[in-house]
Design a protein around this ligand. Structure first.
Ligand code: PLP
Length: 438
């Protein structure tokens, strides 16, 4: 369950959470930048990796490397076992019913394109409507525009409030028998807002539409359960959740995935091939053409093991069941992040000339702002000089920037290893920018 908004101080004090211990597990955090200790606040773009994941990747290359699902030899069998075990771990991470509902892709972008193309090609026609929100990442806008242009459907944006929340009344009014797909971001990468996706899904289903949830920014921050949400499709960007780059996840309901045509053709996705007729492999292989990112998948599995081990550590007891261990991990991580986010919003909001963007009460650790005296790129450059990594720009959300009336923002995005002291450093950095540009 998502505990953000229900923090209980005594629960937190009693947990085995120790930020210094966690920091020590992420080797890159000891980097010096321009003679200063690195303050890494660009986790929304990509998070750092714990030593357990780095070592699992290293061990893969040294001890396991071979192609999967093909060889009868020792290494191929070993690689296949570890690869398949990762799929089961992702199933537990997402609370999916079946591991064959988990498709490995190159990233969240690839997952959304797969659905837009494969599901869209067989389910959308002229006159249909696809609803997205104004706060979507370009990855959840452009694939829908591409398929809509091809079939003559329309992509319509659901409006948001000034605080950065979806206007549910407007959404209700937009739903109709023309609505075939609602593609919605679970957690906004630019604002931090946690959208009420369960309610959004219920409303879409009542109108007969399917729902794809872009979970790129939810994966690292909140416990997800696709069955509880009743999502038709759910996507993850694994490099943002402490796993390697080049690996993403698509969850889809078994019935929907079975009905969809293959997205890409090639090896591994077929049952039989002849010049007369080709038949396709069952799920999940139908959607995994070619050699997959084996090292990335195994690295992802080790990330989920790491998160589950945190659950045991936080509970001060061995939690054997992986789902239960992940519940325990996220209970503490969400509570910690809520506290850090509230602190960050308060101290940044107290600086004269800072305008916070994304002030919804239910949000994760995205601290985004504009400064009246300096462009975000100048803010980012000054901060980099003192070792602070933030993201500046439109964050792949140009329509959202237009809605907010700004060309760009500065975004500090938190992860489990960030501290109050690092947020204080950010405040010092912003004050320095004000001295230089004010
Ligand atoms: N969706 C959101 C909300 C994101 O923040 C991002 C990356 O920034 C993506 C999709 C794209 O993810 P990937 O890098 O895995 O393609």
């Amino acid at each position: 369950m998502n505990v953000i908004g229900q923090i209980n101080e005594s629960f937190f004090a009693e947990s085995g959470f120790d930020v210094n211990q966690i920091r020590a597990e992420f080797p890159i955090l000891s980097t010096q930048v321009n003679g200063k200790p690195l303050v890494y606040l660009d986790n929304g773009a990509s998070s750092q990796k714990p030593v357990a994941v780095i070592e699992a990747m290293d061990a893969y290359w040294r001890e396991t490397n071979a192609n999967v699902h093909r060889g009868v030899h020792y290494l191929s069998q070993k690689a296949t076992r570890e690869f398949d075990a990762s799929r089961e771990k992702v199933r537990a991470f997402l609370g999916a019913k079946h591991s064959h509902e988990i498709i490995f892709t190159a990233g969240c972008t690839a997952s959304i394109n797969l659905v837009a193309e494969s599901w869209g090609r067989s389910n959308l026609k002229a006159g249909d409507e696809i609803l997205i929100s104004t706060m979507e990442h370009h990855s959840n806008i452009v694939p829908w525009q591409l398929i809509a242009q091809r079939v003559g459907a329309t992509v319509l944006p659901i409006p948001i409030s000034d605080a950065g929340e979806i206007d549910l009344d407007a959404y209700r009014g937009m739903l109709s028998e023309r609505t075939k797909m609602v593609a919605i971001i679970h957690v906004s990468n630019s604002l931090g807002t946690i959208n009420p996706v369960k309610e959004i899904i219920q409303m879409a289903h009542a109108a007969g539409a399917k729902v794809l949830v872009d979970g790129a920014q939810a994966g690292p921050h909140i416990r997800i359960n696709v069955q509880d949400l009743n999502a038709d499709f759910y996507t993850l960007s694994c490099h943002k959740m402490y796993a390697p780059t080049g690996i993403g996840v698509l969850y889809g309901k078994e019935t929907l995935l079975n009905e969809m045509p293959p997205y890409q053709g090639g090896g591994d996705m077929i049952h039989t091939v002849s010049f007369e007729k080709t038949t396709y492999a069952p799920l999940p292989y139908k959607f995994e053409a070619g050699t997959p990112n084996i090292a990335g998948v195994i690295g992802l599995g080790s990330t989920i093991d790491y998160l589950a081990a945190l659950g045991s550590r936080f509970e001060n007891r061995e939690v054997a069941d992986i789902s239960e261990a992940l519940d325990a991990a996220f209970r503490t991580l969400e509570a910690r992040e809520k506290e850090l986010t509230d602190y960050g919003m308060q101290v940044l909001g107290d600086i004269d000339g800072v305008r916070l963007t994304g002030t919804a009460p239910n949000k994760v650790g995205i601290l985004a702002f504009t400064l009246d005296c300096a462009h975000p790129h100048d803010v980012g450059t000054v901060l980099d000089n003192i070792g602070i990594a933030v993201r500046t720009g439109h964050h792949c959300c140009m329509p959202l920037m237009k809605r907010l009336g700004v060309p760009a923002t500065t975004r500090a995005s938190l992860a489990m290893y960030n501290t109050h002291e690092e947020i204080d450093e950010l405040v010092v950095g912003i004050k320095k920018v004000k001295e230089l540009f004010g």
